[in-house]
Design a protein around this ligand. Structure first.
Ligand code: GLC
Ligand code: GLC
Length: 815
């Protein structure tokens, strides 16, 4: 069952009912100001950091769900008496039944349209480029033949900036709230008189009949968002918050003639002032910058220009990779939604979604290096900056803080390091960046270790330490030590936690010298060729040779101690037991090592890649994607940690991790079975799951981290949409391996491995400033690929990088 439809021309998903199985959200903002907005106008805004600069309040885990946002209450009045109940264009929070409803989530913008009793409200929202503000434009149209008088109450609730403190520290916080009112501007100046150099504000260009900034006055002592006292009375208290909870609400009163439309904008802004310019008069915050923003949007042309500029921004970004295959679901994922999600995921890391509360983790070292792979073609400058920041948190021994904080760019000491896969992701992230950009100078830049400018080395040196961190930390089978965990955060083989108050990730892990990860070994083999090439080009032949030998030894070690007969083992535990073996009662086979083993072509001479993939197909595949392991652990295993803590079928204990399904896809594509690659993708790609939205429950336009596995009671139900490495890895699998356009160090490889139902495809790829227009004739998708560029046959499948600004016409005949 569907709850909406794709509008590909508008690059929007159109939600046709507010009663979606879960709030279906979107993100506004692509620079420093971000808003989450659900299909019923719920969500919140923040500046840069969802924890430390939260501008509006949101209540996670509340009932009913998604009960705070930016709301417009509309009510008709006649002769001083209300005509029917108040309603919202996005249905919530009044939940008054609408005559019609539509929510369009687009790229960085959302439009809500609600109609009640011949009044149609259209609300367009965006965070304009270059602004630190969320702007909403309301157009209210009287579609009846009689004049109508309406009262409109706007509403946002301010958060006291530090979201965690705001949730917990009431003895202080209920005393600190302060606002200033100036015309239609309600300025939230809590703590501005002390250490803050910033404030948030809410303003409208409409003439206002009243306002409120004290929550209790607006809502009433026993009121709620569904029925605020001020809306009920059709009045405002003109309240000035003093302690308690500051909010912002305007009241507008309009009379609309038949057919008339009226328009108002509402701006939620964030302003920062330098110390010397903090005050405009003693005790009065300097609002100069805020007024300048307001002036830009008081003019309707200002809003339209911002709307168009945002559209142009996305058109430009998305034009760097686009493909037409005739399979509309494939095309919309590849051309619109997968790339959009890659950008959002890069911007927000794992901070703020409807599953990540914005107060928890910083930016993950491994997470961001992987996000890079799906993002670098869109905004290489930003990727460079992030790689620099990530590498700056690395330890001198090549290890890494598992996470760092975006505001301070410092490693996060609470969680520390010792996730032994982390260093290798830096090698892969940087290699991805180099292949896209050819920016070899990046490797010679000086980058600190652990943010200590006194201890800096070239980025190339950081990569060396990363690579060698693996070989410096080897276990008894000649395989890499796992440390706290590898990619699978929940495989905690040194944790042994018996205390429910422990966190699996941070609790007293022993400095284990036994538990080893086959995955890290395979990642090492996978990353080695790129690393060797980097060493050669940096003129370090000795290191290149050493690294090749280390990779060959690693492969031997995997063949000897990492193969279980029909598939790759997952790990060795601390006491020397196998993890992911046919001998284990549960957790006999894991996806990670089948996927990565096949990607790295470990044991190709023995036929292991295909065997591993066949085993994955046999034991892990389901109609909803491949589970991470099987059978799920039925009991808690002290020696395995969090992986066995989840109920069977969820998360790392047998859920479908959409993040590593692409490893199977890439493995299949690389090992000559493109139809199987596509079949895996189709099962988890949201556009293909749209028809089962009642089961899937998450947004049909973005991937979810996890879909409940076959071991659970809710098989097929997704959770944790939006912020997940799933976006990047699926885009890599889709664009680089299935569509088959893959940057290499010296050029663009074109090796389509499209599914057999796609007979012809055309695509455009911008690479190092040159445009490649590629036509694919997919005669037999496992066959040889023959290329020609501008009419001349090309030897092999790699097109050399063409001069920036040039355009190359390419024909690829497959089979
Ligand atoms: C989450 C984490 C990621 C980890 C994965 C598997 O997605 O963000 O770092 O690799 O779970 O545990
Ligand atoms: C939990 C989650 C896992 C995530 C980790 C990150 O273990 O289950 O998916 O990677 O937290 O800290």
């Amino acid at each position: 069952m569907r709850f909406g439809r794709f509008d590909d021309a508008a690059r929007e998903y159109v939600i046709e009912t507010p009663r979606t199985p879960h709030p279906w959200i979107n993100y506004l903002g692509a620079e420093s100001f971000f808003s989450l907005v659900s299909n019923t106008a719920g969500g919140y805004s923040f500046y840069r950091d969802a924890r430390l600069r939260r501008l509006t309040r949101y209540r996670y885990n509340d009932v009913p769900q998604d009960a705070n946002g930016r709301y417009l209450y509309i009510r008709e009045w006649k002769d001083g008496v209300p005509v029917g109940p108040a309603w919202n264009p996005g249905w919530k929070p009044t939940k008054t039944e609408l005559d019609s409803y539509e929510c369009r989530h687009g790229l960085g913008r959302t439009t809500l349209r609600g109609e009640k009793n011949a009044l149609r409200a259209t609300v367009r929202m965006l965070v304009p480029l270059g602004e630190t503000a969320e702007v909403q434009e309301l157009v209210l149209e009287n579609r009846s033949s009689a004049a109508k008088t309406v009262k409109i109450h706007s509403f946002v609730e301010f958060c006291l900036y530090n979201a965690l403190d705001d949730f917990t520290n009431f003895q202080r916080n209920l005393n600190t709230g302060q606002v200033e009112i100036e015309g239609a501007g309600i300025y939230h100046v809590t703590e501005y008189r002390e250490r803050r150099d910033h404030f948030a504000w809410f303003w409208t260009d409409a003439a206002i009949a009243g306002f409120d900034s004290d929550r209790e006055t607006f809502i009433g002592r026993d009121g709620d968002y569904a029925c605020p006292l001020a809306v009920e009375k059709g009045a405002s208290g003109n309240s000035v918050a003093d302690g308690w909870s500051p909010v912002a609400s305007h009241r507008i009163e309009w009379t609309l003639a038949p057919g008339e439309k009226k328009r108002a904008v509402f701006v939620l802004g964030y302003t920062e002032n330098a110390a010397a310019r903090k005050w405009e008069k003693p005790g009065v915050a300097n609002k100069e910058k805020a007024r300048a923003v307001q002036a830009r949007f008081a003019d309707p042309a200002g809003f339209d220009a911002a709307w168009k500029a945002l559209e142009a921004f996305w058109t430009d970004k998305l034009s760097r990779f686009s493909v037409q295959t005739g399979d509309e679901k494939l095309d919309r994922m590849a051309n619109i939604w997968n790339q959009y999600q890659c950008v959002v995921t890069y911007n927000l890391a794992r901070s703020a979604s409807f599953f990540e509360s914005g107060i928890g983790r910083g930016i993950g070292f491994r997470d961001t290096c992987q996000d890079m792979l799906g993002f670098v073609h869109l905004m290489p400058e930003k990727a460079r900056e992030r790689l620099f920041d990530v590498a700056s948190t690395q330890f001198p021994d090549g290890g890494a803080y598992h996470q760092f904080q975006p505001l301070t760019k410092r490693g996060n000491a609470d969680i520390g390091g010792n996730f032994n896969d982390d260093p290798l992701w830096l090698v892969m992230g940087v290699a991805g960046y180099l292949k896209e950009t050819g920016d070899w100078a990046f490797l010679t830049e000086s980058v600190p270790f652990d943010n200590d400018p006194k201890n800096a080395a070239t980025l190339f040196e950081h990569l060396k330490r990363s690579f060698n961190h693996v070989t410096d930390n080897m276990g008894p089978h000649g395989l890499p030590l796992i440390g706290r965990a590898d990619w699978n955060d929940c495989l905690n083989l040194n944790c042994f936690s018996t205390d429910p108050n422990d966190s699996f990730q941070t609790s007293g892990n022993k400095d284990g010298r036994n538990a080893e990860s086959v995955l890290i070994a395979q990642m090492f083999v996978y990353a080695a060729p790129d690393y060797v090439e980097i060493c050669k080009r940096m003129g370090d032949g000795a290191e290149a040779e050493r690294a090749s030998k280390a990779a060959a030894d690693m492969e031997k070690a995997i063949l000897k101690s990492g193969w279980d007969g029909e598939w790759f083992l997952r790990a060795w535990d601390d006491r020397g037991g196998k993890v992911g073996s046919k001998d284990c009662p549960d957790g006999k086979i894991f996806i990670e090592t089948q996927g990565f083993g096949a990607m790295a072509r470990v044991g190709a001479a023995e036929g292991y890649p295909l065997k591993a993939l066949d085993a994955a197909a046999k034991h892990l595949d389901t109609p909803h994607g491949a589970v991470i392991l099987d059978p799920p652990y039925q009991e808690y295993h002290l020696e395995l940690g969090e992986v066995s803590s989840y109920p069977p079928g969820y998360k790392e204990n047998g859920g479908i991790f959409c993040h590593n399904n692409p490893w199977l896809m890439i493995g299949e594509a690389r090992n000559g079975r493109p139809d199987r690659a596509f079949a895996y993708w189709k099962k988890i790609a949201p556009a293909y799951r749209e028809e089962i939205s009642e089961l899937h429950r998450m947004e049909p336009y973005v991937y979810a981290q996890m879909i409940a596995g076959k071991g659970s009671a809710r098989h097929g139900e997704a959770k944790n949409s939006w912020l997940t490495g799933t976006a990047a890895w699926n885009f890599v699998a889709l664009s680089q391996w299935i569509v088959g356009v893959r940057p290499e160090f010296d050029g663009l490889r074109v090796e389509p491995r499209l599914p057999s139902h796609v007979k012809k495809a055309t695509l455009r790829r911008v690479y190092r400033g040159a445009e490649y227009l590629i036509e694919v004739d997919n005669r037999n998708n496992t066959g040889e690929v023959r290329l020609s560029a501008d009419g001349a046959a090309v030897d092999g499948c790699v097109l050399p990088a063409a001069p920036a600004g040039s355009s190359v016409r390419v024909k690829a005949v497959v089979g």
